[in-house]
Structure formats: structure tokens, C-alpha cells
Design a protein. Sequence first.
Lengths: 107, 150
Amino acid sequence: MTAATNALFKTLSDPTRRSLFERLCREGEQTVWRLTRHARISQPAVSKHLAALKSAGLVRDRRDGRETHYRAEPQALVPLIDWMSMYSAFWRDRFDRLESLLQRMDQ
Amino acid sequence: MSEPVPATRSIVVERTMPHPPAKVWRALTQSSLIAEWLMPNDFEARLGATFTFRAKPMGNWNGIVHCEVTTFDPPKRLVYTWKGGTVQNAAYGSALDSVVEWTLTPVAGGTRVRMEHSGFGPHNDSAYSTMSGGWPTVLERLETVASESA
């Protein structure tokens, strides 16, 4: 679980990978060729980044003849989101408790 | 442009409470009162005091949150560091080197209570120091995407 979270952070810390992932989130499934056209880096470089995203569980690939299609797996981000939402829920709950304590306290 | 900015995020909770600042301040700074709404603790109401909160243990983490009072300005501002957890835990009990900041502002009929818990980020990750400034924004956008597709 933690290894997975670290892998997510590490993978998304690269701006090129992040922009590839964002593009897939935004525009849906795409071929390597189409992604390369927007990326301003070589096709092998794009493929390498996609492989990193795939091993972090952030994208999934599908072979169709000679073309490989990639799509985003945004639910892979859930461990990162849970971490924050856990603390958000904690503090909201504690604010409720603080308010009820203040009601019981004397001036 | 290459200057790294802190790749951390904050939780902010803000609420107006129908009580005077001095009373809210007491609830934030008296150990026995803090224990009633936040967690068991050995808080000391002075600048530089080190204290602990005792949370539920998880995995390799004993549940102790280590803190130090870094701002003590009654009845307006209280800041303490909040360190605990272990890298072995993913969500609850994961490693955290953070800061909790309380700001009390008198308003008509009570006090505006603002809490900011900042410093959430992949602290123990070597990639952390090399992350670019776009990271927090990107993560926020990704959160939206993820919740929409959930």
C-alpha cells in the first residue's frame, strides 16, 4: 500500500508523465502515435513514460493490430486522496466536538 | 522557473462559534479541555513547549504525535508542529511532518475559528525535493477527475 503510494508520487513527479496522464484523463483513450504528436519528445521516450505510468497502475494499454492504445486509470489515485480526506474528516469531527465542549463550558 | 516550491498541501477548517475568543482560547490551550475534544495530550501553554498527542496506534506506529508550540499569542494565534506516523502506513498513521495553526478572530456574536493543517506531501520520497511548482494544482485537478469517474 505504501509502496504503491510512493510509486504514485514518484511517477507523477515527472512533468512529462504528468502531462501524458492528464491528457489521457481529459481526452480519453489514445494511441502512442497521437500522444507523441503532442508531447514534443520522441516516440520511444513517450513509450518509456507510458510504461512507467502503467507500472504505477495509472494507465492501461490495449493492443489493436500494430497500434497500442492507452487510457487513464484515475482510480489509481485513490490512496493519495484518501490520505488527505482522512485528515479532513478528522478535523471536521474535532470541530464539532470543540463546539459541543464550548457549549458545556462556563464563560 | 526551476525554483522548487514546497509541494505540500493544507487542510483548512473554518467556523464561526458563538463564544468569545478568550473562551475558545482556553479550550485550545488547557490540556484537560483539549483532551475532551481533540485527543489525550500533555500540552503545556507556553512558547517552545514540547508535548504529545496520543492517537490510536497503527502498524509500526505507536500512535504518538510529537508536537512543539512555535507560536503562542493569546487569544489570537496558536501554532504547533505535528509529527508522527511511519512510512510503512499508507493512509491513517502515514508519516507526517506538519504544522497546525489556529487563528481566532473576534466577530459579531462570537469568534471566527480557523485551523490550517499544512505540510501534507510525500516527505520521505526522494522525488519530493525535485517536484515542480505545478504539483499541488495538478493533484487537485486529478482529484476532481478521480471523484468524477468513481
